[in-house]
Design a protein around this ligand. Structure first.
Ligand SMILES: [Zn+2]
Ligand SMILES: [Zn+2]
Ligand SMILES: [Zn+2]
Ligand SMILES: [Zn+2]
Ligand SMILES: [Zn+2]
Length: 242
């Protein structure tokens, strides 16, 4: 995706939006979902947009719905509450909607990479679960990421839930100094993770290491920026608190 330094967006016509990088989570004023990393921001107002929301093309085709023509809308259509078919969360702002089938996708969900690489293994985006999700233990609806070995599966929805929980713990309930503290601890987190399951047997330990890596990389993708550093902190926090 091409990154313009400054854009004028129809949802905020009064000011230009500047591209900025943040390690502090923000709330996107377009899709109303959480974000991190690159965002488009108005300096004069508290107004932020995900990169995917700011630069959303008017129509897209998604590999999971090859026959659908998704149109970008700034509000969900019709009087009925819409749910994102990827993450199963309510759609309250920007959305891609197929009027023929009624499918809805948050812009960030529509942009989820088909393959994620955590450095050791690939995770593939799947429309349906072949076995149980590691977080909820179910095979419920919504998209998931599955490791190439097929041993590790996480709903996109479940990762979002984890994210909210951990943000409440590490961000919303603590002051900004604490967040900074967490960020500066990032390089040491890998070591912490490896020690976490010492003594519980090789198999468990290996599984949890996969879990941490998977959660980290999936979080980054869901928040719309795979390069964002805090995803590492959040991912580690999650796997420690389980
Ligand atoms: Zn957004
Ligand atoms: Zn403004
Ligand atoms: Zn359709
Ligand atoms: Zn979604
Ligand atoms: Zn799940």
């Amino acid at each position: 995706m091409k990154l313009d330094k400054e854009i004028l967006h129809p949802s905020h016509p009064q000011h230009k939006l500047k591209c900025e990088y943040t390690q502090i989570p923000f709330n996107c004023d377009g899709c109303k979902e959480a974000g991190i990393g690159h965002k488009y921001k108005c300096d004069a107002c508290e107004f932020d947009l995900h990169r995917a929301c700011a630069l959303a093309p008017p129509t897209i085709v998604h590999p999971f719905y090859k026959k659908c023509n998704f149109r970008f809308l700034t509000r969900p259509p019709g009087p009925v509450m819409r749910i994102c078919d990827a993450c199963r969360k309510d759609v309250v702002g920007f959305v891609y909607h197929c009027s023929a089938c009624g499918f809805d996708l948050h812009p960030c969900c529509a942009n989820l990479p088909q393959v994620l690489d955590d450095g050791e293994r690939n995770f593939h985006l799947c429309m349906k679960l072949s076995s149980s999700c590691h977080r909820c233990g179910g095979k419920g609806q919504g998209w998931s990421y599955r490791s190439e070995c097929k041993n590790y599966i996480l709903h996109v929805a479940c990762v979002k839930e984890l994210l909210v929980e951990s943000w409440q713990a590490i961000y919303l309930n603590v002051d900004k100094n604490k967040v900074r503290e967490i960020q500066t601890r990032i390089p040491s987190l890998k070591g912490t993770l490896k020690n976490h399951h010492r003594g519980k047997g090789g198999k468990v330990r290996k599984c949890c290491q996969i879990a941490a890596g998977a959660v980290r990389i999936i979080i980054s993708a869901i928040l719309g920026d795979p390069t964002a550093l805090i995803a590492a902190a959040v991912g580690s926090f999650i796997s420690q608190s389980r």
